[in-house]
Design a protein around this ligand. Structure first.
Ligand SMILES: Cc1ncc(COP(=O)(O)O)c(C=O)c1O
Length: 450
């Protein structure tokens, strides 16, 4: 059995800024003017391992490209997963500009037609009976609303979530999250936030002997039954940072268990929804409808911070309390960006493109895996891929770091998850030729290891 993907604090949600290769890369690639910008940034912003001190400074972006202050174009396969329609899509920009002239802000006491139109559109798109919602200016805030609503709806406070997961960086979100980078040394977290191991395929902690992973399911049944007072189970239907899909049938069984134990099922599709996986929502791949669905990131067209909690109508039960109360709740500008984004996804057939280009890229990555023993596994759904590197069965973090900086030198940016998974998340507007160029760059980096 291979060693599980470990999550020491320095290697989790993304590649951290502590790698010695970063120093070397900066010396080789940055001019004095850029260094001055980075120094000023480092002087003013609080340092943290996933941003400041930053790698480089940008001056522009367009489509699949970022442009740094030295005028170099960088293919953005990272984009913090906000860039389904690419950077600065003209239709999204136009919608934002028009709304800035019309109604730049909407205080909470009032509503506006753009927000209503967006809610109607999301209710029509969302699976099953998910048709009531609240907007929020970020995914973490929407997760917080889901947790509160689950408490009100069930009269219980306990949650079950997965080790190694990420649901945002606030104190409530890191309590249900499972990454040491966010949880370690921070002190007491929310009570009743219990965790189970994720149902990963290749290295299941339960040593499940069957493809259906009955071991994990039996354990979850035991945990829910033994506790008897769990409000909600919250999970990403597809673990984004390490690109891990659950075993076939897993979510259907979890849905049954939740129903049997009276536990609400909350899916966090903040980075993964809106077509990227080849369907509008990830849960549609599994034909499972959660009780609450949380989306965000690309909802604002890669420009405006927008997120939504979408729930069953029967969960609209706290009219005399405050779930969200965020200042930018029904942002007319954000909602205009979101409507334009949904138009782009549908009218430019970007969801179909994700499925088609994704299948093409996965075939190429599979062929690469056969050529390079350091590639342990390639995974993907639609236009989101993970290339897991291992040496002698162990996570090959040093090799992943080498490949990343090699790619950055060639004008391709992406994230490394859990230290050894190269995660490729291109804009869905990418052409096949551009995708092939990026894969050539990744391959050259992997080749350079030998
Ligand atoms: C799965 C998941 N949930 C929640 C969040 C938090 O979203 P936001 O950064 O918009 O608050 C993220 C962000 O990366 C995420 O990937």
């Amino acid at each position: 059995m291979t060693e599980p993907l470990s999550q020491p604090p320095e290697r989790a949600e993304g590649d951290v800024n502590l790698s010695p290769r970063r120093q070397q890369w900066s010396q080789q690639h940055l001019d004095a003017a850029t260094r001055a910008i980075l120094d000023e940034d480092a002087e003013l912003f609080i340092h943290q391992s996933l941003s400041t001190p930053c790698l480089n400074a940008l001056q522009g972006s367009d489509g699949i490209y970022l442009e740094d202050t030295q005028g170099r174009k960088i293919m953005d396969f990272h984009g913090n997963s906000v860039h389904q329609v690419g950077h600065g899509h003209p239709r999204v920009i136009a919608a934002i500009k028009a709304q800035l002239d019309q109604l730049p802000f909407c205080p909470r006491r009032y509503t506006n037609q753009v927000a209503i139109d967006l809610a109607r559109r999301l209710a029509d798109l969302a699976p099953g009976d998910l048709d009531k919602m609240l907007f929020a200016p970020g995914g973490t805030s929407a997760i917080g609303m889901a947790l509160k609503l689950a408490r009100y709806a069930t009269g219980r406070h306990k949650t079950i979530s997965m080790w190694d997961s990420f649901h945002g960086a606030s104190l409530d979100a890191i309590s249900i999250g499972g990454e040491a980078l966010f949880r370690k040394d921070v002190g007491p977290l929310l009570p009743g936030t219990e965790h189970i191991p994720p149902p990963t395929r290749g290295h299941c902690l339960f040593n499940c002997s069957d493809e259906a992973h009955s071991g994990c399911i039996e354990y979850l049944d035991y945990v829910l039954g033994m506790q008897g007072d769990v409000a909600a189970l919250i999970a990403e239907p597809m673990r984004w940072t390490t690109v891990e899909l659950p075993p076939p049938g897993y979510w259907n069984k979890v849905r049954e268990l939740c129903d049997r134990h009276g536990v609400l099922l909350i899916f966090d599709e903040i980075p993964s929804a809106l077509g990227r996986t080849g369907k509008m929502f990830v849960c549609e791949h599994f034909a499972v409808v959660p009780d609450m669905l949380v989306i965000g990131k690309g909802l604002g067209g890669g420009i405006f911070p927008m997120a939504a909690l979408i729930v069953r109508r029967s969960l609209d039960i706290v009219g005399d309390r405050a779930l969200g109360h965020y200042t930018h709740e029904k942002s007319s500008v954000g909602c205009a960006a979101a409507l334009a984004t949904l138009d782009c996804l549908v009218e430019e057939r970007l969801i179909e493109a994700s499925a088609e280009l994704g299948a093409h890229a996965l075939t190429r990555l599979e062929a690469m895996r056969e050529r390079y023993p350091v590639i342990h596994e390639v995974r993907g759904l639609g236009l989101h891929f993970g290339i897991e590197l291992r040496r002698d069965g162990k996570p090959a973090s040093d090799e992943a770091d080498t490949v990343l900086y090699h790619s950055l030198s060639q004008g391709l940016s992406y994230k490394v998850g859990a230290g050894c998974v190269l995660t490729l998340c291109p804009p869905m507007t990418i052409s096949r030729a551009q995708l092939d160029t990026a894969l050539d760059i990744v391959e050259a980096g992997i080749q350079s290891l030998d």
